[in-house]
Design a binder for this molecule. Structure first.
Ligand SMILES: NC(=O)c1ccc[n+]([C@@H]2O[C@H](COP(=O)([O-])OP(=O)(O)OC[C@H]3O[C@@H](n4cnc5c(N)ncnc54)[C@H](O)[C@@H]3O)[C@@H](O)[C@H]2O)c1
Length: 248
């Protein structure tokens, strides 16, 4: 398949996990990519792996929570490639605390990366996406749809991503923009390790586990690629669970 031939993709969180898998998937289908992350070495490795497919691949350090980083990265994408067709907002962090002990700094940092970061990338990219009639795929979470213990800031940030997604879809659908989000759960990445906190009630924690085994991030990459491709074009303002029936 070469669904992304001549497409320019701006993708955040490209260093590891779902972002890495999505970058490779889109590169393998012909995309040129501008990849951003804060993890320099792993980002470089993803970019190198993507280059073997022949597209033009640029990798840059960019903290999506920083307005100046995001605006200069989008501006550089335009100066290098001349357009943006697809944005994949995949960067995210998850910090664990009993809420009664939750430092406000960690609450704010979680919102800053997961929600403000997604907003900033969307805001900066939208004028360019309107020119290409482009597509945005944001990564929310099952935690936006059902409660999770010890990660309230994360859940709140991902519910924000869901609401942001639907609002942008409504605001820009008539102008040809497509905006969707996905709600993964139980994907084998660094993020799904056991929380490093004490006094965990495992019954509560496992409430959102898939009914089938955890899957590799490539399974999510396939969904993001589908939504961003022409095949998924009429899906707009939707959120799609990919969670092995966890919340069914
Ligand atoms: N793994 C799951 O089961 C699961 C479930 C629901 C949602 N998600 C979401 O999927 C996305 C990818 O997570 P993952 O599971 O692949 O974990 P991951 O930790 O492997 O990937 C997260 C990536 O985001 C990058 N990142 C973190 N802060 C950043 C910042 N400020 N600016 C730019 N990049 C930053 C990290 O360096 C990393 O490469 C996240 O948004 C996560 O919340 C994952």
């Amino acid at each position: 398949m070469d669904r992304f031939k001549e497409k320019i993709v701006f993708l955040t969180g490209a260093a590891t996990g779902i972002g890495e898998a999505t970058a490779k998937r889109m590169a393998s289908e012909g995309a040129s990519l501008y990849l951003v992350d804060v993890a320099k070495n792993e980002l470089g490795e993803t970019a190198e792996a993507c280059r073997q497919f022949g597209g033009e691949i640029v990798d840059r350090i960019c903290d999506v929570a920083k307005e100046e980083d995001v605006s200069s990265s989008i501006a550089e994408t335009i100066s290098l490639f001349g357009k943006i067709d697809i944005v994949a907002n995949i960067a995210g962090i998850q910090l664990w605390h009993h809420t009664s002990d939750h430092p406000v700094s960690d609450f704010e940092r979680t919102l800053a990366v997961n929600l403000t970061g997604t907003f900033l990338v969307c805001r900066e990219a939208i004028p360019h996406l309107l020119k290409t009639q482009g597509s945005i795929v944001n990564v929310s979470s099952t935690t936006a749809l059902a409660g999770i213990p010890y990660s309230a800031a994360y859940a709140a940030s991902k519910a924000g991503v869901l609401a942001l997604t639907k609002s942008l879809a409504v605001e820009y659908a008539k102008k040809g923009l497509q905006v969707n989000c996905i709600n993964p759960g139980g994907i084998k990445t660094a993020m799904t390790k056991m929380p490093p906190i004490e006094d965990i009630d495992m019954d509560l924690l496992l409430r959102q586990n898939p009914l089938s085994p955890f899957v590799e991030p490539g399974a999510v990459a396939g969904l993001i690629a589908y939504l961003a491709s022409d095949e998924g074009r009429h899906i707009n303002g939707e959120h799609v669970r990919i969670d092995g029936a966890a919340l069914a």
